[in-house]
Design a protein around this ligand. Structure first.
Ligand SMILES: C[S@@+](CC[C@H](N)C(=O)[O-])C[C@H]1O[C@@H](n2cnc3c(N)ncnc32)[C@H](O)[C@@H]1O
Length: 251
């Protein structure tokens, strides 16, 4: 592929139009990728997520990065290093996600690394990261508990999770199973956990301090969690200027 940074605006628009996008990202002034997630939703998610961590100087991995919006945001906000990972959508013959993040990386001139690895294959051999972003992935996994153990293994500080949720009226920890294509006609959607399930699962995995907030646009149908290992909150937590609830340490 020729260097996309040298494309004319028309060449860039044509290349963008040849892909399906999930993230709406401004690659050049006036040139925005036509993502299913809007600029506004992404900006609100970004503000919500990054209000939970001090990202400056942190090592970051983005698990399930797709087009890379949150990887680029972490780098822009001062992360020392960012590793964007994915497999399903990067290798998907229709979505060709790896090409999309490579295009964006070149045009933005962003200093992030890419690695094709599925979350079901991640181990501590990948390294351990101050901040692990696990956004919009939990409910796509047939065995999310196994992958949560893997996320724990690669976290040295804080695990940020964004997920679809269900059983919100139930006080007991549980998650709903969606066989076949019963959730939004998407056969890759398997589970809808409720907040007590996420809280107790994270505690069982060794996280100590769990902070929660509803999604800034979609409300409680999606939840955002910041789970800190012992000692990590003091190093990486806050400023929590969004409506976060301390699940373990009520403020
Ligand atoms: C809804 S997108 C989330 C993208 C991005 N992290 C965000 O929050 O905007 C789901 C991501 O999960 C990844 N994924 C991992 N395992 C998957 C699986 N078994 N089925 C579908 N998607 C999977 C996809 O490749 C994709 O990048």
């Amino acid at each position: 592929m020729s260097d996309a940074a040298s494309f004319s605006d028309d060449e860039l628009r044509a290349r963008i139009a040849s892909y399906t996008w999930f993230h709406s990202m401004t690659l050049r002034p006036g040139i925005v990728t036509p993502g299913k997630k809007t600029v506004e939703t992404l900006a609100a998610e970004e503000d919500a997520l990054f209000s939970a961590v001090r990202i400056k100087g942190a090592s970051v991995v983005d698990v399930g990065a797709w087009n890379g919006y949150f990887s680029f945001a972490a780098k822009r906000r001062g992360a020392a290093s960012v590793l964007a990972t994915d497999h399903f959508i990067w290798k998907h013959p229709d979505y060709r996600g790896r090409e999309t993040i490579e295009l964006a990386r070149q045009v933005l001139g962003a200093d992030i690394s890419l690695l094709d690895v599925d979350p079901t294959a991640m181990t501590a051999k990948l390294g351990r990261f101050d901040v692990v972003m696990f956004l919009g992935v939990f409910y796509h996994l047939f065995d999310p508990i196994d992958v949560m153990k893997r996320m724990r293994a690669i976290t040295s500080g804080v695990l940020l999770i964004e997920t679809h949720q269900d059983a919100l009226e139930q006080p007991r920890p549980m998650m709903v199973f969606y066989p076949g294509s019963t959730l939004e006609r998407d056969p890759t959607n398997w589970w809808g956990p409720n907040p007590p399930l996420m809280l107790y699962l994270l505690l069982e995995l060794g996280f100590e301090r769990i902070e929660y907030r509803n999604h800034p646009v979609m409300g409680p149908s999606r939840g955002i969690y910041a789970a800190f290992l012992p000692g990590a909150y003091e190093r990486l937590g806050g400023p929590f200027d969004a409506p976060w609830i301390g699940m373990t340490h009520p403020r």
